[in-house]
Design a protein around this ligand. Structure first.
Ligand code: B12
Ligand code: SF4
Ligand code: SF4
Length: 332
């Protein structure tokens, strides 16, 4: 199959950018993972870092693997700011875009024929390296994969197949002299351009199985999950933002959540409603921890009662975050 045929197939299936590369080891990425792990830059994350001997070896993911097909699905839609009593979600979580991309890649695999395996945000494959090799995008200094047409507002997915597909040309683009994301990152997590220090990244802390360090709580503001700051400032994102300025978010999209819901819904309900988000061990107390931080940053007195219940509770992690939030709410 030629790259032109693959592009046409991608368009038919509603995939925004698609490309192909030979299924060969990602040697440099494997080295980068091992070095960064040794430097402690991944905190205690496992994901693709636990077994780089797998996640950087697409040739092992399928018998006779020949080609890595990388696909990007744009999720950008304008949305309202969070209001009083609300927590803000990062754009990629407003709807379940991973599920949508997974489904499109399954259909692509069926159309290609042969044997295939779909991996979207899976621990067994480093999605951004596949995308770089397949010409889907280039690495920004914020480490995001930036596409020419949809900027970095894309989720990435991968299909490994035993079908031979012509390789796409890599994108010969880069950030030039821009440093906007490095300057905008509130915690200095991008001080080494092209490398995230996860121990300083707000997105990491909202997903970590630990207390959020105090200096980062202020910086989170109303954000209850993830962080979009290093993408919000990126000039490569201006084009798609303009083109989609009048577009409605997809039906059921959730740009903001009720902090009271995150504090008061029963465990089961909170877990099920936010199954599209990653949180450690599927334990919704980590979402509640994040909501307590946003409540502390909110100056919203209607939240005091719910926060106080945690300050008097016996979950040590939540009690400490609630005490912090309460001291802030009472000061305001
Ligand atoms: C672990 C993880 C995280 C961690 C660590 C992120 C990181 N930078 O590694 C945390 C929790 C912090 C995180 C946060 C986010 N993530 Co995340 N994450 C992952 C995951 C599961 C693995 C990433 C990985 O393997 N990293 C390992 C290192 C080696 O990768 P890397 O940083 O890309 O390394 C390359 C660059 O450093 C480059 N490089 C080296 N030197 C230099 C020098 C220069 C100058 C440059 C430009 C580049 C460069 O080469 C390396 C590769 O060889 C992937 C899903 C997957 N299965 O791949 C999603 C993924 C990377 N995340 C994604 C998203 C959307 C996010 C967030 C935007 C979510 C949010 N809104 O909060 C933030 C963005 C933070 C950021 N700036 O990266 C998307 C990215 C889509 C895209 N367009 O790039 C992915 C691909 C999920 C998906 N399938 O769509 N994430
Ligand atoms: S996601 Fe936020 S905290 Fe993390 S590197 Fe980007 S701007 Fe910094
Ligand atoms: S903000 Fe500038 S430096 Fe950062 S990724 Fe975008 S173009 Fe590159």
């Amino acid at each position: 199959m030629t790259t032109a045929e693959l592009t046409r197939l991608g368009e038919e299936l509603g995939i925004d950018v698609v490309g192909a590369a030979a299924a060969r080891p990602y040697d440099e990425t494997e080295r980068a993972i091992r070095q960064r792990r040794a430097r402690g830059l991944f905190a205690d994350m496992r994901f693709t870092m636990a077994k780089p001997e797998v996640s950087c070896h697409p040739e092992t993911l399928l018998p006779d693997a020949r080609t890595v097909v990388s696909a990007a699905l744009c999720y950008y839609a304008p949305g309202p700011e969070a209001e009083a009593g609300e927590g803000r979600l990062p754009r990629y979580t407003w709807a379940d875009h991973y599920a949508e991309l997974r489904e499109k890649l399954e259909r692509l695999g069926a159309r290609l024929g042969g044997r295939y395996r779909v991996l979207v945000d899976a621990n067994q494959h480093v999605d951004r390296e596949g995308a770089a090799r397949a010409g889907v995008g280039f690495y920004g200094k914020n480490t995001m994969m930036i596409t020419r047409t949809h900027g970095s507002w894309v989720v990435l997915g991968t299909l490994v197949t035993d079908v031979e597909i012509e390789s796409s040309a890599p994108l010969e683009l880069d950030c030039g002299s821009c440093t906007l994301c490095i300057e905008a990152c509130p915690t200095g997590a991008l001080d080494e351009p092209g490398v995230v220090d996860s121990t300083k990244c707000l997105s990491y802390w909202t997903q970590a199985p630990d207390a959020i360090p105090e200096p980062y709580r202020d910086e989170l503001g109303a954000q209850v999950y993830g962080c979009d700051i290093c993408q919000d400032v990126c000039p490569w994102n201006r084009g798609i933002e303009k083109r989609r300025a009048d577009r409605e978010p997809p039906a059921g999209a959730e740009p903001a959540v009720s902090l009271l819901d995150w504090l008061r819904l029963p465990d089961e309900e909170l877990r099920d409603r936010y199954a599209r988000l990653y949180f450690p061990r599927n334990d919704p107390r980590y979402l509640r921890r994040n909501a307590l931080v946003a409540a502390g940053n909110s100056a919203d007195s209607t939240l005091v009662e719910a926060v106080r219940e945690y300050a008097e509770g016996d979950d040590e992690l939540l009690r400490e975050h609630a005490e912090w939030a309460l001291s802030r709410l009472e000061r305001r």
